[in-house]
Design a protein around this ligand. Structure first.
Ligand SMILES: [Fe+2]
Ligand SMILES: [Fe+2]
Length: 411
């Protein structure tokens, strides 16, 4: 790794990082963190193992938190705005490429490779920062460095567990990425630049395409989960199993958010928007995890998903997908939440009650996010939220009522 923040600081004789370089570096870090978010959102649908999807869901949110911290500081620093207008093409290329890994093992290896570079540059930055002049950056970078190291460790464990120690299949991809970063002078842009073109190293199969349907390994089948009403008269254990199968199926909501996150990569929106969609995504991943945890506690292995609500939404623009989920589906399902918590409480099923209670709280946030960001995106629009909902309903009528299973939009 060939960053050289020390040489830059020594050359200037200031023994710390000046404002314009701090801004440039933070922009570059933020860009890399956000590129990882986009790549993770894409591969969330493509990686077959659901446990891996959950781990990556946690990681996506960690990237979003770090992005938010960097962005918060950039907003305070003189001249720290307009990140995307200032990213050099060499670094931009790395960010764009991360998602295009030729296969799932290469994707994991490429992400680890990127995290390794992030740890390295955050450490170097900490070493050359002035304890007083750069005190705010130091506090942020200390938190970020530890967080990235933890993520890297968990990813390396995952890689070893799933693919063994062999890196034969991923070398091609990581060498190409390494070539790209040498062209860009490292994440910081301050390293030696190789000047060699690496386009010839690009693997032929390096092209990310959305999978349809969402990929799961052979343990999971796509099937019907039964209606809400059909579970209400069942005895406690059977009803819990039925309801936690539905929680496990919240992979559909996480997938919907993943496409929103992916498509928002270059969206002009406030920092909080990116934080909220990542939070929302992660909540849905955790709700699917609630399902898996509780089902296993009840002696049942998760085995079914039904992606119809996700599939229905995929021809819609980002704005409509956001509205469909938050102000359509989540509002529609909301009245069931408190009933469920009370039922488990009355029955003395404390574990089920815990998960249902947290879910209820999270879901109230999701509806709030939806309302807030729909208002924001429609501020200079001739349409109201009701108009957008009507557009969604029309889309569903024209495209979905003829779809497999004949499932209708639930409002
Ligand atoms: Fe949920
Ligand atoms: Fe939700």
């Amino acid at each position: 790794m060939n960053e050289n923040l020390r040489a830059y600081v020594d050359r200037r004789g200031q023994k710390g990082m000046d404002i314009s370089k701090s801004v440039e570096l933070f922009r570059r870090y933020a860009y890399v963190e956000q590129s990882c978010i986009r790549a993770l959102a894409g591969w969330f649908l493509k990686l077959p193992n659901w446990e891996t999807k959950i781990i990556l869901g946690y990681q996506l949110y960690a990237h979003a938190e770090r992005l938010n911290e960097l962005g918060t500081r950039l907003e305070e620093l003189r001249g720290g705005r307009h990140r995307d207008a200032n990213i050099e093409p060499g670094l931009a290329r790395i960010g764009k490429e991360l998602v295009h890994a030729p296969d799932d093992h290469s994707f994991i290896a490429g992400l680890s490779w990127m995290l390794g570079h992030l740890v390295h540059v955050y450490k170097e930055h900490l070493e050359v920062a002035d304890a007083s002049a750069n005190a705010l950056e130091i506090r942020i970078l200390l938190r970020l460095q530890v967080d990235v190291e933890n993520e890297l460790h968990s990813l390396q464990e995952l890689e070893k567990q799933q693919y063994g120690n062999s890196q034969v299949n991923t070398v091609h991809w990581t060498q190409y990425l390494e070539g790209l970063i040498e062209e860009a002078g490292g994440i910081s842009g301050l390293g030696l630049r190789s000047g060699k073109s690496v386009s010839a190293l690009r693997p032929e199969k390096a092209q990310f395409d959305w999978p349809s349907p969402m990929v799961f390994d052979g343990r999971i089948v796509h099937a019907d989960l039964g209606s809400y009403q059909s579970k209400l008269d069942l005895p406690l254990r059977d009803r819990s199993i039925g309801e936690f199968k539905v929680y496990f199926n919240e992979f559909y909501a996480a997938a919907l958010l993943a496409t929103i996150i992916y498509d928002s990569w270059k969206l002009d929106a406030p920092r909080q928007y990116f934080m909220d969609i990542a939070h929302h995504f992660w909540d849905e991943v955790r709700h699917a995890e609630f399902g898996a945890i509780r089902l296993r506690e009840l002696g049942v292995e998760p085995s079914v998903v039904n992606m119809v609500l996700f599939d229905n939404s995929q021809g819609l623009p980002l704005l409509h997908r956001l509205c469909y989920l938050t102000l359509g589906l989540e509002v529609y399902f909301m009245p069931r939440k408190s009933v469920r918590v009370r039922y488990y409480e009355q029955e003395g099923d404390a574990r089920s009650q815990l998960f249902a209670d947290v879910d209820w709280s999270d879901e109230s946030n999701h509806v709030r996010y939806g309302k807030q960001w729909m208002d924001y995106f429609l501020k200079d629009d001739a349409r109201t939220i009701e108009d957008v909902q009507e557009e969604i309903a029309k889309y569903m009528e024209n495209n979905v009522n003829n779809a497999v299973g004949g499932q209708k939009v639930p409002w």
